[in-house]
Design a protein around this ligand. Sequence first.
Ligand code: BDR
Ligand code: CA
Length: 310
Amino acid sequence: AQKIIIDTDPGQDDAVAILLALASPELEILGLTAVAGNVSLKFTEKNALKICELAGKTDIKVFSGAVRPLVRPLVTAEYVHGKTGLDGPDLPEPKMKLQEKHAVDFIVETLMKEEAGTVTLCPLGPLTNIALALIREPKIAGRIKEIVLMGGGFFEGGNITPTSEFNIYVDPHAADVVFRSGAPIVMMPLDVTHKALTSARRVEKFRTMGTRAGTATAQMLDFYERFDVEKYGTDGGPLHDPCVIAYLLKPELFKGRQCNVAVETGSELTMGMTVVDWWAVTEREKNAMVMRDIDHDGFFDLLIERIGRL
Ligand code: BDR
Ligand code: CA
């Protein structure tokens, strides 16, 4: 199985991504690392535990990470995800405990211990933990198989400011460290995720599964899409983070190209913008596989089939 670490700020769409990974035998989850983002760390770490318990996977190791971005004050999104970050279903208080070790230590130690080129990082939130790991032990950059991340946007623009996507905006300095690290990167920007919509017909398929995971998924999506449906006027909201896990399972669902990506950290107006050189108009080194298209029916078929297994 492909070894992965999921770095996350759950978040309903993070939760669905974690469920997809937990349901997939092709993936071996070495650990979940929580980061502050959609809500504060005390909620994201607890939500990560809740999701493992929902899936009946109580042996997964969950680590707590950075409480705030490297430089800027934390910006959260309770208006999207609710006060707990996981509003919608009524999930019990977790019995599972967090690991003692700090998430950043776990990431560094795992990458140094496992054979080089065998561990994939899956960041689904602000890149603070990943940047801290790269700063703590720069040798990990050459040992990471791939960083497959949800973040950024280019032709599609931003969702938190006109130019910037939430995960990159919240910690642009961390994103800058990651995109300059030299590690192989696959980027799932809004250009992809805005094509993966949780339409009523799709959510119904989770609701009628007759399992706890299916029902909770439908309740999470109902809650989480209400804000975006109003904002974008679409049938359903974009299901961002599961695109990362789907890529590991079925890369053929996505299309993109190798580009240079640079992150704006200087201008308040465009802070956190991912400047993607899609047309290769500069000599800047290509540092990321930037996705632009998704087979959204194939994506939801995969998601429904896998979550149905839980
Ligand atoms: C990203 O921001 C969060 O609200 C979601 O969980 C996703 O990771 C989308 O911009
Ligand atoms: Ca997220």
